[in-house]
Design a protein around this ligand. Sequence first.
Ligand SMILES: Nc1nc2c(ncn2[C@@H]2O[C@H](COP(=O)(O)OP(=O)(O)OP(=O)(O)O)[C@@H](O)[C@H]2O)c(=O)[nH]1
Ligand SMILES: [Mg+2]
Length: 296
Amino acid sequence: MNHKAGFVCIAGKPNVGKSTLMNALTGMKLSIVTPKAQTTRHRIRGIINGEDFQVVFSDTPGIIKPHYLLHERMMDNVRAAFADADVVLLVTDLDEDYDNEELTKVFRELKTPVIVTINKADLSGEDEIKKLVSGWKKKLNPKAVIPVSAKENFNVEELKRMLVELLPEAPPFFPKEEVTDLPVRFFVAEIIREKIFRNYQQEIPYATEVKVINYKEEEGLIRISAEIYVERKSQKGIIIGSKGEALKKTATQARKDIEEFLGKKVFLEVFVRVEEDWRNHEKKLRRFGYESTNDQ
Ligand SMILES: Nc1nc2c(ncn2[C@@H]2O[C@H](COP(=O)(O)OP(=O)(O)OP(=O)(O)O)[C@@H](O)[C@H]2O)c(=O)[nH]1
Ligand SMILES: [Mg+2]
């Protein structure tokens, strides 16, 4: 039997629903989703298998102009995902202007086949979708333009079939029981970061990083310690909140989701620390898992 396998890079502007789509395509919740832009900072792989196929999806950070070294590292992660992609899935939403030359230039210059998805179709009428479909066809001449709703699971199966079709014949790249290549600790830290993005406003989520410092399986319980890093002392106060209530709420929400993710009872403790200027600090970024592509 012929076996298809390959890499699909999910890319586009921030907040268009790339992570929601990755979760819908894989049927897992590997990527965190929030209403705020720039939620995803890493390349997150999600792997799905059939008897005769394997698709390795990469969810990536939204494409932006870098203002911090952190942003440059995020864009390095996007480039790395482009580099090994067999198919690029450009995720757009209804607000997106297909005349955005800056974005379309990136995708036009790719040698890899591109599929354009118009996400959030649940929020739109047929006429608007038709206009967007023909606009993207003219602009990028992609393999296909397909309206989807990642949230409502509309056209997601069709998109998956289309992607498998475009993959080359190859044996699987990862063992068939693996669903990602990232460690459990990464996903635990991401779940905590999701709650921070949802609970705090303005600069706070963007100035925050999370790292799991201890992870220990005990009988019937997983004991986890994590550190939340902010850039300034004043931000630490905001994260903790009056009488520690804000942090308690965040930690409780995170613990519940981590329990669901791991399928086990979890004891979670979180500490808040100040790491001055971490977003622009080479070594601190490396410690948080952001490698420069020049390092590889
Ligand atoms: N109505 C609707 N909302 C959606 C859909 N897909 C995603 N969203 C919402 O759009 C927002 C952003 O979703 P994400 O999946 O985090 O977007 P992203 O492109 O990964 O964002 P970044 O990681 O910040 O670049 C969230 O509030 C989602 O619930 C959809 O199909 N329909
Ligand atoms: Mg995302």
